[in-house]
Write a protein that binds this ligand. Structure first.
Ligand SMILES: *Cc1c(COP(=O)(O)O)cnc(C)c1O
Length: 815
């Protein structure tokens, strides 16, 4: 996009103040994610839940001088204002105009699942045939779609955009902005179904996107979808794909056999190898064939392109590096979007020095001068200490980069220069196109090397927090429980991420957990749930806030506060006993407690209690009694205090099952990690943790041989057995050996055979086609899920997570 302020004001019928000749090329809506301030306007988006106006100041501080807002704030000087009636309608009006001005061929993708992966696959297959623009990440909402549309410029020929809805009547508005020629409807699942009266209503809403489409490609396995599309759009060109043979595009042969997949496309046959044969991958591959055929790509090219397709690994991992560095590795793909995401990820760390390794950008069909100008602008904004450029194209533009810059022909040359291994105490971002294989640099920079990893998806945590927030009033605060090393996932990394996303409180079990967070730079208020007697001075020194649960603790802690001689009232949190019988003040102690608190230099920041059985529907009556006791006792204490502290009692399952009792705050734990005991809620959450390793060796074991210590398993036929490098010292309970537990290989369950050893175990892989040494093995959380794994272990998910040994490397990724 490229408009003057005046043009935008005219197009959207808005008002303005300031310089109407300024040029706008980008619109930013999150003041934390402003990549470049040049030609960028900040829009304060107002939604029913949130107002962007409170971030205007921080956008201006970052250097933005054009603000789009529903209100004018005269205290900011030298700013050009575009004053709009409604911020979201403004974005939509401008997007509609911008889309209609472009002469793109367009593909619109909607559906419940698979939108992003199909968009990325189509893009990977098509970009070097046609200059193509696509939605960044999964920007597909009432705000995301307009922002995606703004990326269209004159040089592109094809646009691929995702369109997502969650409520009735939303699609009409989106279709009004964007009317694709080719419509693609992916799988319809249960996401958002609760907001609609029936599945039929949901489908009817989604297909409104295709009102003006010429062709509709859809998954015809769903009978209801097939009926609705035929009824609404019988006169358009319809192409259905799926497993059923009635579809125009389907798989002809038996997929469980070890041979190429043959896709029937109308009267043609196209065959190619597919290694992942799960239903989702295959269905997506059928949709992809249909789209590529519609774009008139010939069969030979389709086969080549599908063959070279990689899984969509648009993701970043942060790993502990040598010499106290943090290495952020994103060596899977490189385009402007993913560069922006990676640069934003850097902002979330507090390291003093920063270095960047960046390669030629592939997969972009635009003028390289313009491209690298934009790239260098983004990079310069970050003020890197050193920039290493790899590749002959980007090297030509090294003058554009303002940091100390070195250029290299290839990755090997950078390795040989030894520059990288000299870096100390920095954050190093590795960002490269696949062809440059810069993952080799990761191997050099990484501190520990281990095939067994616990992968933690930070984006999924954010999604899960937002899901729980969506059930609450906008004013209700949230405390995230990061005790026990954040349920085993890494308390610093998780807390740093939560702090960046404005969590109100963090909760730890012991003082030293809070101290570690403070030492690493966490400034969010931290409550210590179990302040041990010897730790009161430390608590005060590190500005932690103790849970006070008895008169004894109150007196002792107060002595420590007095010793400091500080006059300020120290913040504490009062725990009430309501039925759990763990810690807390009992009802008969409240008079005395109230009296003591009257004249002490302590400030009760919150009063709280804990539910023992909020996840158990059969204990509803008990839980309601706990809630009643809390209401009564907390009100009683508040009356004695004469002021109103925050009140809170709900944990994760409390939030979903007893939402009405949210008071002023809730405490989320396992729910943030994507686990719920309620199946309906579970479906709405994203999986956060996955525990993986790789196969070390595969052996063919003769009939009658035994496996492992004490000969607990004997083969009854020639058996294929794999050894994997995790054992009970990694936190796999020994009791799940001998075919009690399973692990996943290529999405199929493989039973553990024989006794589990300290650092290894053996699995039966007889039923797994194509299994090879070096293949990934999932201990959990796909197949089997964390819950299933906990069932093998005869325990709960909490214990599984907190039992994983610290020697297992934690990797943090962002989608
Ligand atoms: C651990 C804990 C929570 C979080 O519980 P979840 O079941 O994981 O949501 C909440 N409050 C207190 C006091 C806790 O100790």
């Amino acid at each position: 996009m490229n408009y003057t302020v005046k043009q935008i004001v005219d197009i959207t019928h808005s008002k303005m103040m300031g310089d109407d000749s300024l040029i706008i090329k980008n619109i930013a809506f999150d003041s934390r994610i402003i990549y470049s301030t040049k030609h960028t306007a900040f829009i304060a988006v107002n939604t029913p839940k949130n107002s962007g106006e409170k971030f205007i100041e921080s956008a201006i501080n970052r250097g933005i001088n054009i603000i789009i807002s529903e209100h004018h704030f005269p205290q900011f000087e030298n700013i050009t204002w575009i004053i709009v009636e409604n911020s979201i309608s403004f974005l939509q009006k401008l997007a509609k105009y911008h889309f209609e001005q472009s002469h793109l061929r367009s593909i619109g993708i909607t559906g419940s699942n698979g939108k992003t992966i199909l968009k990325e696959w189509i893009y990977q297959c098509i970009w070097n045939e046609l200059p193509t623009v696509k939605s960044p990440k999964s920007f597909n909402s009432q705000i995301g779609l307009p922002l995606s549309i703004f990326q269209i410029n004159n040089s592109q020929k094809l646009g691929i955009f995702e369109v997502g809805i969650s409520q009735p009547h939303e699609m009409e508005k989106l279709e009004n902005i964007f009317h694709p020629q080719i419509g693609l409807l992916t799988h319809i699942g249960t996401a958002h179904i609760a907001n609609f009266s029936s599945e039929e209503e949901l489908i009817n809403e989604k297909v409104k996107l295709f009102k003006n489409s010429e062709v509709i490609i859809y998954n015809g396995d769903n009978v209801l979808v097939d009926e609705i599309i035929k009824k609404c759009y019988g006169s358009k060109k319809l192409i259905s794909y799926g497993f059923k043979k009635e579809n125009q595009v389907f798989i002809k042969n038996n997929i469980s056999k070890n041979e190429d997949i043959i896709v029937q496309y109308f009267n043609e046959e196209i065959s190619f190898p597919v290694y992942q044969r799960d239903e989702v991958t295959l269905t997506n591959a059928l949709a992809l064939v249909a789209v590529l055929k519609e774009l008139k790509i010939d069969n030979k090219k389709i086969i080549d392109k599908i063959n070279s397709l990689k899984a969509v690994e648009m993701r970043l991992e942060a790993i502990e590096g040598i010499k106290n560095n943090i290495v952020i590795n994103d060596s899977f793909n490189l385009d402007l979007d993913s560069l922006k995401t990676a640069l934003q990820f850097l902002n979330e760390y507090n390291k003093r020095g920063k270095s960047l390794v960046l390669t030629d950008i592939m997969g972009v069909n635009s003028n390289s001068q313009e491209l690298y100008e934009e790239v260098s602008e983004l990079v310069n904004e970050q003020k890197f200490d050193t920039v290493f450029l790899i590749g002959d194209i980007i090297s030509k533009f090294s003058d554009l980069f303002k940091s100390k810059t070195f250029t290299f022909i290839n990755t090997q040359e950078l390795i040989e220069s030894k520059y990288l291994t000299e870096i100390e105490n920095q954050i190093i971002l590795l960002k490269g196109a696949r062809k440059f294989e810069i993952e080799k640099l990761k191997d050099i920079l990484e501190l520990r090397k281990h095939d067994t990893v616990l992968e933690i998806n930070l984006n999924a945590i954010l999604h899960n927090i937002n899901y729980h927030k969506s059930l609450l009033k906008p004013t209700t605060k949230m405390m995230a429980m990061v005790k026990a090393n954040a349920y085993g996932l890494g308390s610093y990394e998780i807390s740093e991420f939560l702090q960046h996303h404005h969590i109100d409180y963090l909760g730890v079990a012991f003082a030293d957990e809070g101290v570690e967070l403070r030492k690493k730079g966490i400034t969010t208020p931290i409550v210590v749930m179990n302040p041990e007697q010897h730790s009161y001075d430390t608590i005060i020194e590190y500005n932690l806030e103790p849970e006070i649960y008895s008169l004894r603790v109150l007196e002792l802690f107060y002595d420590s506060v007095q010793k400091t001689g500080n006059d300020k009232k120290y913040p504490i949190h009062i725990k009430l006993e309501t039925g759990m019988h763990r810690l807390g003040f009992k009802k008969h102690e409240l008079d005395q407690l109230g009296e003591i608190l009257q004249d002490k230099k302590l400030k009760v920041k919150s009063i709280f209690s804990h539910l023992s059985s909020s996840d158990m529907p059969q204990e509803k009556e008990f839980t309601l009694n706990q809630l009643k006791a809390f209401e009564y006792n907390s009100s009683y204490l508040i009356e004695r205090l004469g002021y109103k502290p925050i009140r809170h009692i709900l944990n994760s399952s409390g939030i979903t099952n007893y939402t009405d009792y949210q008071y002023n705050m809730v405490r989320i734990g396992i729910g943030m990690l994507g686990e719920s005991s309620n199946n309906q809620i579970q479906k709405q959450l994203h999986s956060v943790v996955s525990f993986k390793t790789v196969i070390s060796q595969i052996s063919m074991v003769e009939n009658g041989e035994s496996i492992g210590y004490s000969r607990k398993f004997k083969t009854d036929h020639l058996t294929k057995v794999a050894t994997i490098p995790v054992g009970y010292a990694d936190g796999i309970p020994r009791l799940i050996g001998n075919q009690v537990g399973n692990v996943g290989v290529n999405k199929i369950l493989a039973p553990i055979v024989g006794n589990i050893c300290m650092d290894m175990m053996m699995i039966n892989v007889d039923n797994i086609p194509h299994v090879k040494e070096g293949n990934v093995v999932t201990i959990f959380n796909a197949k089997p899920t964390l819950k299933e794994f906990a069932e093998y272990c005869n325990t709960i998910t909490y214990e599984v997570l907190t039992s994983i040994s610290p020697r297992v490397k934690r990797i943090y990724i962002k989608d």
